[in-house]
Design a protein around this ligand. Structure first.
Ligand SMILES: CC(C)(COP(=O)(O)OP(=O)(O)OC[C@H]1O[C@@H](n2cnc3c(N)ncnc32)[C@H](O)[C@@H]1OP(=O)(O)O)[C@@H](O)C(=O)NCCC(=O)NCCS
Length: 153
């Protein structure tokens, strides 16, 4: 099984919109319909479908932290794997692709935030090397990954 990232286009956005997390995870991530709409109005936003071979299994979206890209820091705004596809290593493989892409772009730090109740997400990100910043924004815990260091994942 090969995990790849592909652009969101007219050919796959409908499938992306129908992709859902489990019911008890819905408070942790916005619906993909909302995210794809938001991405249209946020310059510099990147969106990708996460594929396992030819099957769309997830969605990821990231954007610059500042307009002039200085310092070159990104925020991961959305990350989800469909409920039917979780626990099979797709999330980790997709994040590794995102990290590799951002490194090529010269991004030095990747930030994200999650709800304090999202213990699964917390473990997932900690396993990828994300470290607590001590910051809480909008009630969410902010963590970051230093992309100038070799990732051990
Ligand atoms: C968090 C999420 C992206 C993980 O995706 P996934 O494809 O199921 O994760 P993987 O199978 O690649 O797991 C990678 C690692 O994370 C760990 N992990 C994933 N989900 C976990 C959970 N709920 N609890 C504990 N550990 C978890 C796995 O055990 C695995 O660790 P290992 O390699 O040491 O065995 C997915 O559960 C999801 O979409 N959740 C709902 C949306 C969400 O919370 N997004 C983040 C918002 S900030």
């Amino acid at each position: 099984m090969t995990v790849t990232l592909k652009p969101i286009t007219k050919d796959n956005f409908q499938a992306c919109i129908t992709l859902k997390v489990n019911d008890d995870q819905k408070m942790f991530v916005a619906p993909n319909l909302y995210s794809i709409a938001q991405g249209q109005f946020t310059p510099g936003t990147q969106m990708r479908g996460i594929y396992a071979d030819d099957t769309l299994v997830g969605f990821v979206m990231w954007t610059w932290d500042n307009e002039d890209h200085d310092p070159p820091e990104m925020w991961l705004w959305r990350f989800m794997i469909g409920g039917d596809y979780q626990g099979q290593g797709y999330g980790r493989a997709a994040m590794q692709h995102v990290i590799a892409l951002l490194k090529i772009e010269g991004v030095t730090e990747l930030f994200l935030s999650y709800e304090p109740e999202n213990t699964g997400g917390a473990q997932f990100y900690a396993g990828l090397g994300f470290a607590d910043t001590g910051r809480v924004e909008g009630g969410e815990i902010v963590v970051k990954l230093d992309l100038t260091e070799e990732q051990g994942v």
